[in-house]
Design a binder for this molecule. Structure first.
Ligand SMILES: *Cc1c(COP(=O)(O)O)cnc(C)c1O
Length: 433
């Protein structure tokens, strides 16, 4: 392949290519990545004097093993030699079957059935469809609304958008388009905070009022990610399980960001030993190599759907169960569970705590928080994204701040020196931003 000169590439990019949450034409020049290996992104041209940046973002929670990992590369190559894709309707194959069985094995016991979707948002759509169709099938069609707490993020397609935070998700733009869901206040902050009984009582009352129309409660357990990088106590997951059981409402955990060890437990649900009725996985499922997600459900839900008036789950993406993605997901899970991943996440947690401690004293910083391999500096004002990103690059680190947040979730393979460098860069970004 002939290489585009970088200036031409950027001109075409600006003229024709949408980027996440971007205008057209683009107003901010993106950094051009030529290749990546280990925890480093190599740039096509220097930025702030750097041609290599340590990745503080794991490509949005996904690349937990870093880039170009020999085991994952080999898994993709090996599968490529057999087939990169076949349809999943009427056909099946070992990579997808092995992956589904593995997910059932490592997630909470009641989750028995796996729908392999092609992105996180689609997995959330499927999770919602499972819940609504379950109630429809067992003769309770009025149960079709969802309840969540504020501050959440569940994806950018329309139904997932309807349970994102109403302000963060700009629901006012979509009056009459988004289904009207129910919102409880944000869960009280703090992983170690005790359960707020008043909050629980309010949640209980809200559920009691709406139980007849509620299909499910959907939340991100323990860590609210793109909605605001907030942590809450696992006690609220036990609260949700209890209230859902009491009021006859299903419970969905969206673990697309938290799954596979990020918060210090393999799944955030494990912090509370709570099992949801439906769980969504994505992002790091394939170690950040290819797009794939999953919605897992209990046998009760699967039976309900399969004995209904329309006894099938009516969903089937073209690239469902993609063999390349499934093969690398299997390799990524083996790689993760074949090592002492808890030690690595703890090591990063310790490094981030030490490295970010000083940031709490900075003017303009409201809060510094760390959980597992996640470090967050929250400002008391909106961040100047361009200045903050450039300040991090000057320290040799790639960060992508948003709203009032400068945060990092590095690959688990990030060495201590690089973790320290990331913490320095987060602090520099907080000063500049
Ligand atoms: C990223 C994310 C999604 C959406 O996943 P996509 O693959 O971007 O569609 C849904 N829920 C949570 C919690 C996420 O972090």
């Amino acid at each position: 392949m002939a290489h585009l000169p970088t200036d031409d590439l950027l001109a075409l990019d600006r003229a024709h290519v949408w980027h996440p949450y971007g205008p057209m034409p683009g107003t901010v020049t993106p950094y051009v990545v030529e290749s990546a290996s280990g925890v480093r992104l190599r740039l096509a041209q220097p930025v702030e004097g750097r041609t290599e940046l340590v990745d503080g973002m794991s490509s949005w929670w996904a690349a937990v093993h870093g880039y170009g990992h020999p085991v994952l590369d080999a898994a993709v190559r090996d599968q490529l030699g057999r087939m990169s894709h076949v349809m999943f309707g009427g056909l099946t194959h070992e990579p997808a079957v092995r992956l589904a069985a593995r997910l059932v094995e490592i997630t909470p016991e009641p989750l028995q059935h796996v729908f392999l979707a092609d992105s996180g948002s689609v997995a959330v759509e499927v999770a919602m469809k499972m819940c609504l169709q379950y109630w429809q099938s067992i003769g309770r069609p009025a149960k079709r609304r969802l309840l969540t707490w504020r501050g959440g993020y569940h994806g950018d397609t329309f139904h997932p958008m309807s349970v994102c935070d109403p302000q963060g998700g700009m629901h006012h733009l979509w009056g009459g388009v988004l289904p009207g869901q129910l919102f409880a206040p944000e869960p009280p902050a703090g992983f170690d905070a005790p359960l707020d009984e008043e909050y629980a009582a309010q949640f209980d009352a809200l559920m009691a009022r709406h139980a007849d129309e509620l299909a499910a409660v959907i939340v991100e357990p323990v860590v609210q990610g793109a909605g605001g990088m907030r942590f809450h106590s696992p006690a609220y997951l036990r609260m949700l399980r209890e209230l859902c059981d009491r009021h006859g409402v299903l419970l969905v955990f969206d673990e697309i960001a938290t799954g596979f060890g990020r918060s210090g437990a393999l799944f955030a649900a494990d912090h509370a030993s709570v099992s949801p009725d439906v769980m969504c996985l994505g992002k790091s499922l394939t170690g950040g190599y290819l797009t794939m997600a999953a919605a897992l459900c209990t046998s009760e839900i699967a039976d309900g759907i399969s004995k209904g008036e329309m006894p099938v789950l009516a969903h089937g993406p073209t690239f469902m169960g993609n063999p390349l993605a499934a093969a690398v997901a299997n390799a990524s899970i083996d790689l993760l569970l074949g090592q002492d991943w808890q030690v690595e996440v703890k090591r990063i947690e310790t490094g981030l705590r030490a490295g970010l401690a000083g940031a709490a004293e900075l003017p303009g910083v409201r809060d510094v928080r760390v959980l597992g391999a996640i470090g967050v500096v929250q400002l008391d004002h909106p961040v100047d994204m361009v200045a903050a990103t450039a300040a991090a690059a000057r320290e040799g680190v790639w960060l992508r701040p948003f709203r009032d947040l400068i945060y990092t979730m590095p690959p688990y393979v990030t060495g201590d020196e690089d973790v320290a460098r990331i913490a320095t860069a987060v602090t520099a970004a907080a000063v500049a931003g």
